[in-house]
Design a protein around this ligand. Structure first.
Ligand code: B1M
Length: 213
């Protein structure tokens, strides 16, 4: 197997044996984010496909998630750090009812490596908690992540609750079940401030940079 196939394989198999050495080798060829967005993500996509086809159970997907997290942790210190002054403060949360946090945590890494102070509220965060944290932290933007179809709907509810609470800071949304169109037609109309869709973590950084420029 090629290096790329082996890297995807660790995620699919949920096995860490040999992972560290292969990641070191990959760092000689690729930037850390290319390793994540390339072979590791294609492994995750395969896991999603297998899980969808009932060929994997949740416990196995959880092991794949562990491998992904370990890989990201090993790659993180090699990522480019932009030593600029603090550009802004961004709050991140996986919405109520959703436990998926690998994407959100990747967004945290990318933003904090590029001058942002991050308040990470974790997973399954209800709107009340986001509102409370917003009032005490006063971030420049609120980032919402969610991977389930019902999480897209939860973002609509969250936006409504934020508006009712009088909050109009920019909202950045991302996650697999979401689209730019859903963001524009379903979430944005429910909110006073701007609502922007990011397709991945780098896109999230570009948007944050535009917002704080
Ligand atoms: Co779940 N899961 N899962 N899962 N899981 C999906 C999402 C699913 C598509 C799999 C499938 O069926 N094919 C499916 C959703 C179906 C749907 O609603 N349409 C699914 C399901 C059904 C479930 C459960 C319901 C299963 C069950 O219990 N029966 C359950 C849900 C529990 C809950 O949330 N209440 C569940 C549980 C789990 C695990 C716990 C086992 C594990 C998560 C572990 C963890 O996160 N700590 C897990 C995993 C790993 C997945 C898949 C396989 C991979 C997700 C992932 O980490 N991808 C996923 C299938 C898939 O996506 N291929 C699946 C890698 C990550 C880097 O990508 O998070 O998309 P992603 O982030 C991207 C972009 O989306 C974007 O940037 C990142 C890349 O740079 N992004 C943002 C994300 N958030 C952003 C925020 C931003 C900006 C960009 O700004 C704020």
């Amino acid at each position: 197997l090629s290096l790329e196939e082996r890297l995807a394989g660790y995620v699919v198999e949920g096995s860490k044996e040999g992972l560290a050495a292969d990641l070191d080798e990959a760092l000689g060829k690729y930037a850390p984010l290319e390793v994540i967005n390339g072979p590791l993500m294609s492994g995750m996509e395969e896991v999603g496909r297998l899980f969808n086809g009932n060929e994997l159970i949740v416990a196995e997907v959880l092991q794949s998630a562990e491998v992904m997290k370990a890989a990201v942790a090993q790659l993180e210190p090699h990522m480019e750090v932009n030593e600029s002054a603090v550009k802004g403060k961004i709050m991140l949360a996986t919405v109520k009812g959703d436990v998926h946090d690998i994407g959100k945590n990747l967004v945290e890494i990318i933003l904090s490596n590029n001058g942002y102070k991050i308040i990470n509220l974790g997973i399954k965060v209800p709107p009340e908690q986001i509102i409370e944290a917003y009032r005490s932290e006063k971030p420049d933007a609120i980032g919402l992540s969610g991977l389930l179809v019902k999480s897209a709907q939860q973002m609509v509810l969250t936006a409504q609750d934020l508006r009712t609470a009088g909050i109009d800071a920019p909202i950045l949304v991302g996650g697999a079940a979401l689209t730019r169109k859903f963001t524009k037609t379903r979430i944005a109309p429910e909110y006073e401030g701007v609502v922007l869709y990011a397709k991945d973590a780098m896109d999230g950084l570009d948007i944050a940079n535009k917002l704080t420029d």
